[in-house]
Design a protein around this ligand. Structure first.
Ligand code: UDP
Ligand code: MG
Length: 266
């Protein structure tokens, strides 16, 4: 494990960007995901680290990461057992990250790493604290191969989460989000959800803290191969989780996300 995730990110360093990849049984997809990320960041002349968080995988996720790290010193591994869920993995990585800016992205690279540039621009020059990818606003290019029932379920859930938790964000669930380390260090200790809907809680906390959030249209190429299976039992559990998050965060009226930049933006 690469240091204690609860303290490592509090140390100042000279790393510009941390890329956090939650990984559950990702030995194959990681091999495909990491080289293009490295190429992109090197071409952009950024100092960076990549943190793979092995979320209790049963396959060779940790072994593959260690192997890749032999030729890539900036690649870190955090691993724990048993599997706890995407929210737990992202939180561990975000709290361990030492970059000035921190991105989390899915191992299947459904949002290609090239989309990072517009997110960084909003934070570095646009007066925002956080910039998140979106499949639900004008300009997004979604290669939609999810089944219609999953799309419908996601729409219903999105509507409910706006009524019950946080408003002002069209797509809370895109696995491609960037923020300053300072924001990550403030927000993630307050995120209690280990599940795939931790994003909603993260955005609710960020909204309550008054952070400025830019939602930007991205390309999304859906990968059918999923580590987050969906069925009726799981759907019910996710709805239950939404109400648990409301209680955990003591949310009455839904929190309004601040989507305007600071006026001091250059
Ligand atoms: N993931 C995780 N723990 C889990 C399930 C998923 O860390 O228990 C990670 C997974 O490895 C991937 C990301 O969460 O990096 C999103 O998973 P996936 O792409 O399979 O989800 P989908 O796009 O189908 O919703
Ligand atoms: Mg995916």
């Amino acid at each position: 494990m690469s240091g204690d995730p609860t303290t490592r990110g509090a140390e100042p360093t000279t790393i510009g960007l941390s890329v956090v990849i939650p990984a559950y049984n990702e030995e194959e997809r990681l091999k495909r995901a990491i080289p293009p990320i490295v190429r992109h960041l090197r071409a952009a002349n950024r100092t960076f680290e990549i943190i793979v968080v092995d979320d209790g995988s049963q396959d060779g996720t940790s072994a593959v990461t260690k192997k890749l790290a032999e030729s890539l010193p900036g690649l870190q591994l955090i691993s724990y057992r048993p599997n706890r869920g995407k929210g737990s993995a992202v939180r561990a990585g975000m709290l361990a990250a030492v970059g000035d800016l921190v991105l989390f992205t899915d191992a299947d690279q459904s949002t290609p790493i090239g989309e990072l540039d517009q997110l960084l621009a909003k934070i570095e020059h646009g007066g925002y604290d956080m910039a998140i990818g979106s499949r639900a606003i004008a300009g997004a290019e979604v290669e939609e191969t999810q089944g219609w029932h999953r799309v419908l379920a996601a729409k219903l859930f999105g509507g409910a989460s706006r009524l019950l938790t946080v408003r002002g964000i069209a797509d809370t669930q895109c696995g491609f989000k960037c923020m300053t380390r300072e924001v990550a260090q403030k927000v993630f200790p307050q995120v209690t959800s280990d599940t795939a809907i931790f994003d909603i809680e993260m955005l609710a906390v960020a909204a309550r803290e008054g952070y400025r959030i830019a939602e930007l249209p991205v390309t999304w190429v859906h990968d059918q191969d999923t580590r987050i299976p969906y069925d009726l039992r799981r759907a019910l559990r996710i709805w239950g989780e939404l109400f648990r998050i409301r209680r955990a965060q003591k949310i009455g009226w839904p929190l309004q996300a601040n989507t305007q930049p600071r006026r001091t933006a250059s």
